[in-house]
Design a protein around this ligand. Structure first.
Ligand code: KIV
Length: 306
């Protein structure tokens, strides 16, 4: 059965009423969770039904990540996704997510040319997409960009460590912070984006020991992906978690379902039933409103014979 694409107003049969409506997660709420016992629960989503399911599962933050380029659009890297694609996905996510903070990723090229263009692009993510914050990749080198956005009242989640958008510069998808020099650079990057006003920072592909020290040194929450358990929050890519990527996931992913297998089984079932003429059955057909008399089709001319 397909999900109804119309957002359900609160109080309608399959969404809780106003009185049970949980308080929305805001940027200050995420900031306030620094050092909290309960980790900040983050996940990506790119469309309405998955955003709704992520919200229902109690996640605090949804990232409309540029990982959509890989897991939804089939690109080999994240570099090709456009601002318009992220805006469109963010709008769908916003229709499904009520409680979580929705953060939109700034795609490659959207924050590289000038502060003016960066601001224009980030404003589109907020105004057209409905994002409550943006995320952008880069450390000290992007601190001025982070500051420009924050000064324009656009909250920024920074992202340091392994940077998928820097695949060419980093020479592939390389874990960062494995040596003393690299770990010190990483800490410097994290401190720089914090000083620039980021409200949280994603640490991607970093040894757990290094992420733990960065987390202890920062006053803003760290959100880890492949960065160990000491971060203030965790984030993963939705499709990796549910087993809907068609290649093996990275080693830091834990899979909780094999949805691709479920889909394969369902499609094989439908295919076989159609071939056997077992689908559609009587219960999948519309009933008549009145009995059709014998010869009811006589006198209806085929215009191609006239
Ligand atoms: O695009 C994305 O999904 C991300 C997360 C992996 C942090 O940047």
């Amino acid at each position: 059965m397909s999900m109804d694409p119309t957002p359900k107003p609160y109080g309608s049969p399959d969404r809780p009423g106003e009185s049970q409506r949980p308080a929305k997660v805001t940027v200050p709420v995420i900031r306030g969770r620094k050092g909290s016992e309960s980790p900040i629960l983050c996940l990506t989503a790119y469309d309405y039904p998955t955003a709704r399911l992520v919200d229902e599962a109690g996640f605090d933050l949804i990232l409309v990540g540029d990982s959509m380029a890989n897991v939804v659009l089939g690109h080999a890297s994240t570099l090709k996704i456009t601002l318009d694609q992220i805006i469109s996905a963010t709008r769908s996510v916003k229709r499904g997510a009520d409680r979580p903070l929705v953060v939109a990723d700034m795609p490659f090229g959207s924050f590289h040319v000038s502060h003016e263009e960066t601001l224009r692009n980030a404003l589109r993510l907020v105004r057209e997409g409905g994002a409550q914050a943006v995320k952008l990749e880069g450390g000290a080198a992007r601190a001025a960009t982070v500051r420009a956005l924050v000064e324009a009242d656009i909250p920024v989640m920074a992202h340091v460590g392994l940077l998928p958008q820097s695949v060419h510069t980093q020479g592939g998808y390389r874990v960062q912070g494995r040596t003393v020099a690299s770990a010190r650079r990483l800490l410097q990057d994290a401190l720089a984006v914090e000083a620039a006003g980021a409200f949280a920072v994603v640490l991607e592909g970093v040894p757990a020991e290094v992420a733990a020290v960065v987390t202890a040194r920062l006053k803003i929450p760290t959100i880890g992906i492949g960065a160990g358990g000491a971060c203030d929050g965790q984030i993963l890519v939705f499709h990796d978690v549910i087993g809907l990527t068609l290649s093996p996931p990275p080693s830091f992913v834990r899979r909780y379902a094999e949805v691709a297998e479920v889909i394969r089984g369902a499609l094989a079932g439908l295919r076989d039933d159609i071939v056997k003429r077992d689908f559609p059955g009587p219960q999948e057909c519309y009933p008549l409103k009145e009995e059709l008399p014998l010869g009811w089709d006589i006198g209806v001319e085929d215009p191609s014979n006239c």
